[in-house]
Ligand binder design. Structure first.
Ligand code: ADP
Ligand code: MG
Length: 246
């Protein structure tokens, strides 16, 4: 069995950077302050998420204010929701809908080091997005080949993938990342190590949207990796959550 640190309380949080947004104490505050859609908040409640965790109460406002973020918070403290909620809240109309007049296609990419993790993130994203017609795609061999069809790929809103899978799709020319507004690296300590970093650089190079928001999440960020993270991010805020007694 996995022993999880307590989700709420018992954490001390430090947030450093320029103009750090105030944290929230409740999910409801996000509705008043950032117009987070009620549907997302009711999906949270329905899934038993009553109170934001430390990384959520600090990280979500930072991302909703379109800032770059390096988030370091222990395993089991709810990092996934910290980035999925802001991404979904800023997504707007599904790419497949007539209201998405800009015809934007993929607007958010989440990268995780293993297929299993990508799968878990996808599940959590589907729960949070329930009731909206966003197309949230977990990349696999099968989805990669269906994306060869431009009319299919233009209707995708969010992609969740391992680095290798995404890069091979970029290389076939079957993926357009030029409208990606949010790029999230989960388990960033692994994503930025020498095994994956060349692939991450290739993904970064394909995400050409000028005001792209980037965020890295990790349980630990060794100094060498943190240096790389800080080079990728623009005027980032660094949030560190630690157990109070450690
Ligand atoms: P991490 O990525 O930091 O290891 P996860 O995002 O995987 O943590 O979350 C760990 C568990 O806690 C998951 O089962 C998730 O559904 C649950 N969880 C996350 N945030 C909350 C919350 N605010 N309230 C209750 N449960 C939560
Ligand atoms: Mg995680």
């Amino acid at each position: 069995t996995v022993i999880r640190p307590p989700l709420v309380s018992k954490h001390r949080v430090s947030a450093k950077g320029s103009n750090v947004p105030d944290h929230v104490e409740t999910f409801l505050e996000l509705k008043d302050r950032y117009q987070v859609p009620s549907l997302i908040l009711s999906n949270l409640t329905r899934n038993g998420y009553a109170q934001p965790t430390g990384i959520q109460s600090h990280g979500i406002p930072i991302l909703l204010e379109s800032r770059d973020l390096a988030a370091i918070s222990p395993t089991g403290t709810g990092k996934t929701l910290s980035y999925l909620l802001p991404v979904l809240a800023s997504l707007g109309s599904p790419a497949s809908s007539a209201k998405n007049d800009a015809g934007l296609g993929i607007r958010a990419v989440v990268i995780a080091p293993t297929r299993e993790l990508a799968h878990q993130i996808h599940n959590e994203c589907l729960k949070l997005a329930e009731g909206r017609k966003w197309r949230i795609v977990l990349f696999s061999k099968a989805t990669a080949s269906t994306l060869a069809d431009k009319s299919v790929r233009d209707k995708v809103d969010i992609v969740i993938s391992t680095p290798l899978r995404l890069v091979s799709c970029i290389q076939t020319g079957n993926l357009d990342l030029k409208n990606v507004r949010h790029l999230i690296l989960d388990e960033a300590d692994r994503m930025l190590d020498p095994e994956f970093f060349p692939q991450i650089q290739e993904i970064l190079a394909s995400c050409t949207y000028v005001n792209i928001q980037k965020a890295v999440f990790s349980a630990t960020l060794p100094a060498g990796v943190e240096k790389i993270a800080m080079e990728i991010l623009r005027d980032p805020i660094r949030v560190v959550v630690g157990l109070k007694d450690t």
